[in-house]
Design a protein around this ligand. Structure first.
Ligand SMILES: *Cc1c(COP(=O)(O)O)cnc(C)c1O
Length: 231
């Protein structure tokens, strides 16, 4: 309990220092706690420590935990790969999807979003690392996909997301996050709604915040190392 509370405080401290160093208000950056592989009880502890946004990558695992945590007002973020046979459950259960990279999936999510719920908030995932990564649209294809997504009634376009290849080269890290920010600014200038940049994880959140991240997705710094055998 204390460990998770202390780790959340440490992450908040990192966010705050990085924001101040960039001349940004720390409140502009929202922390999504990435709880994949960790049990519902651990999420409950983080919630008790004040955390409200949680990110999950695997649908079946997420659904099991959601059932155990129904009593908590958690905002769930889907951040993993999306298979087309999973779109209905994702549309029914999550508030956000960060990993949208195909129009077909966007259409299915929109059609499956229950009318009683607010539109599903989505970010388009962009591949900012070239050959090194297979998920996300190519940067040049993001504006066209954003245009299509903005038209879908069950979705609310919020911004862009990226998972750059890990590197210790800070200049390279920054350049990839900068690419995403400039892409977002270009799309916003064309009149589409784009207020979110979902970028930055345990090892690179400072670089992401320096380049304008409004959401950081942090797992290990809050929950500890994941079991490598599992993923
Ligand atoms: C696992 C994961 C994270 C969190 O990564 P950490 O290095 O544990 O902070 C963030 N985003 C996505 C999409 C992930 O899959």
């Amino acid at each position: 309990m204390t460990t998770i509370r202390a780790r959340l405080q440490a992450v908040d401290g990192r966010i705050e220092r990085a924001a101040r160093a960039a001349g940004r208000p720390p409140d502009d950056i929202r922390l999504v706690a990435v709880s994949k592989t960790f049990p519902a009880e651990t999420i409950r502890q983080a919630h008790e420590a004040g955390q409200r946004d949680f990110g999950e990558n695997y649908l079946q695992e997420a659904v099991g935990k959601m059932e155990l945590l129904r009593d908590l007002p958690i905002e769930w973020h889907y951040i993993g790969p999306i298979q087309s046979n999973k779109t209905r459950q994702i549309a029914e259960r999550f508030s956000w999807v960060h990993s949208l990279d195909r129009l077909k999936i966007a259409q299915r999510l929109s059609e499956s979003r229950p009318a009683a719920l607010a539109p599903l908030q989505v970010c388009i995932q962009v591949n900012v690392s070239g050959e090194a990564s297979k998920s996300g649209v190519e940067p040049g294809d993001a504006p066209a996909l954003a245009r299509e997504v903005a038209r879908l009634p069950g979705l609310r376009l919020r911004g862009l997301m990226a998972i750059p290849e890990p590197t210790d080269d800070e200049a390279l890290q920054r350049s990839r996050f900068r690419l995403l920010r400039e892409l977002k600014e270009g799309i916003a200038a064309s009149g589409l709604p784009m207020d979110t940049l979902s970028m930055g994880m345990t090892d690179d959140l400072e670089s992401a915040i320096a380049e304008g991240a409004t959401m950081v997705r942090v797992g290990r710094a809050i929950f500890g190392e994941r079991d490598r055998a599992r993923r």
